[in-house]
Design a protein around this ligand. Sequence first.
Ligand code: BJW
Ligand code: ZN
Length: 225
Amino acid sequence: MIDLREAQSIAVLTGAGISAESGIPTFRGPGGLWRNFRPEELATPEAFARDPQLVWEWYLWRRRLIAAAEPNAGHRALVELERRTPRFTLITQNVDGLHDLAGSQRILKIHGDIWHSRCSACSYQRRDRSTEEMPPPCPECGAMLRPGVVWFGESLPRIVWDEAERAVSQADVLLVAGTSATVYPAAGLLHLARYVIEVNQEETPFSDRVAVSLRGSCGEVLPRL
Ligand code: BJW
Ligand code: ZN
């Protein structure tokens, strides 16, 4: 059994479950639907090409939820863990920015950031706090702007992903919190880790393969860890 207090190097992978107690719906499971659409039907380049208005409405709705949300005890526990650990990397699949708001320092956002918009045609991108209207066309090329997140079928940001893989392979422990571990390549990080501790309310495909599987909410379990 590894003692987290002794670990010199810790990597953490978080998913939507860590923000659930801040009132942000997860993707899968109860409350994961928006107007009867599954996330898999909206978080794709094809959905955006077909109906950009619909996809933007979903993201603007989520931006409003996130704007009203605050980090919870789970986010804050990871700030404290970072403070106590010599080498620490927080890898998040979440686009909500609540880890930043809680005060985490070293964050790798492998699925992008909902508070960014980028051009669907060129490399233009900017911060975008709008919660009511989809942005105007790209000032550089006139194409449509889209949310600055990673959709199904798209590559993850190269440099950020390489750093995530390196951090996990070098860490003494990978702590995996609030993710169904069903979306790749993120879930593949568990295969690179030496020792995995999982925190989740439910079982995941990895629960019986990890070193320690803790059943409970992030807000309760992470502060105790
Ligand atoms: C709590 C809790 C509490 C609740 N406390 N716990 C290899 C094998 C199979 C498929 C693939 C593969 N490689 C690639 C694929 C295809 C695809 C994929 O993985 N599909 C699977 C569905 C099978 N992957 C991709 O397309 C990726 N790109 C890629 O691979 O590029 C290479 C490539 C290029 C070209 C062609 C082909 C390949 C990109 C994936 C991008 C995912 N994007 C999204 C949307 C981001 C933007 C947005 O937010 O809108 O990312 S989808 C969505 O899922 C989002 C999340 O980050 C991601 C993961 O979800 P997460 O965080 O795990 O949430 P949930 O809801 O699933 O789970 C919540 C968990 O919390 C549950 O377990 C609860 O029990 C728990 N929980 N409350 C503790 N309080
Ligand atoms: Zn452009």
